[in-house]
Write a protein that binds this ligand. Sequence first.
Ligand code: ATP
Ligand code: MG
Length: 467
Amino acid sequence: MKDFLQNKIFNIISEAADEQNQECYVIGGFVRDIFLNRPSKDIDVVVVGSGIELAKRVAAKLGKKANLSVFKNFGTAQVKLNDLEVEFVGARRESYQRDSRNPIVEDGTLEDDQNRRDFTINALALCLNKDRFGELVDPFGGIEDLKNFVLRTPLNPDITFSDDPLRMMRGIRFSSQLGFFLESNTFDAIARNKERIEIISKERIAEELNKIILSRKPSIGFILLEKTGLLELIFPELLALKGAETKDGVGHKDNFYHTLAVLDGLCEHTDNLWLRWAALLHDIGKPRSKRFDARMGWTFHNHNFVGEKMLPEIFKRMKLPTNEKLKYVQKLVTLHMRPIVLSEEEVTDSAIRRLLFDAGDDIDDLMMLCEADITSKNPDKVKRFRSNFQLVRKKLKEIEEKDKVRNFQPPISGQEIMETFNLPACATVGEIKMRIKDAILDGIIPNEYEAAKKYMSEVAKELGVNG
Ligand code: ATP
Ligand code: MG
């Protein structure tokens, strides 16, 4: 075990603790991650006594290199050394009241402190005092659970989850992040206590959702959220995608599992959180746009636009950023069918130019999303789509090199149109401007000033405007 504690910071903490005659342990996520071989920079140290006093002594020993911050109100202190952050806290005992996840805290023993942890694998402690340096304290069989990839609460899960319902989200997030299984009692207790999630702030829920989305295979987390019943409470629009209806013998695919397949597929190619959110939300408008008619079967007309319009409310309610991140996700949701349509049809230069113009710098992200969206069970179909997609990508590249429409600015401004024809700001100016833009995107004229100016005169004449 001592090998894991090679960093000299542990020797310094050890010395300081012995000098103060305080029992001290490194505990929680850092210890778990040692065994999982996941390097981490956040170290939590528990002291049976005063965390602040120990932190002060450690900082004094480290001298100028270290940075000490004391949070008196919380009884904690932090020492920063280069990129390491060590958090010191006194061992505590917690008791909860029904309406808050903030416990009443008292000084306690190491055992009390381990009892309040969320999962056995997060309750492991390694002693730092010299005579017991590296000794593992594992009262709940956390090492065994680590070996078996199991998440289990140290105490009765109903109490653990009801006390602090955020732990339910954390458990599901760890499943997704680490590829662990929720032990069946623990899983059942989440399902039983799901309603308790209401006392957790939206921000904290969003933080856990983001961590699920950033994990290697987010479908694990979302399927657990669905199975435990939490999804219905925190994200009903996503749950609404679930199910495959059949009418007159015609079915449609289950859009919940399809969405998760798209998200998992995309995650193999990008770590971009908001691109991943776009994958999760790309079909969110489908339940509201779903129709059946005898001739067409199931249709989801305009589900991309319906979805785009749903997003501001969803982001606001879930306390996700309602700034340019929302705009970016909206743009991808709106445009998510455009490349696939192009790959199905004869691809015209004009259609490619329009796509480049509408997507701008997000074109590569959009293409990545669309490629992940091809999830047919028919391998021939997937193959055909993918090769057509290669064609679309090639065309995009050619046209962008030739015409530079990706960040296209019309060569003639509304101002210039007004001055040339002596017009006030009016619909006619807008129309002339749009016709010039369309002519460029359709390849009728090149993307150049002189050509645009000539074209402007022609359009003006046609509209009966005299300069
Ligand atoms: P990560 O850092 O990846 O989010 P972590 O397990 O290290 O995961 P932290 O928030 O850093 O999580 O917390 C450190 C430790 O504190 C945990 O390992 C766990 O022992 C304990 N802990 C954190 N949050 C809770 C909670 N809500 N309930 C019980 N114990 C918790
Ligand atoms: Mg941590």
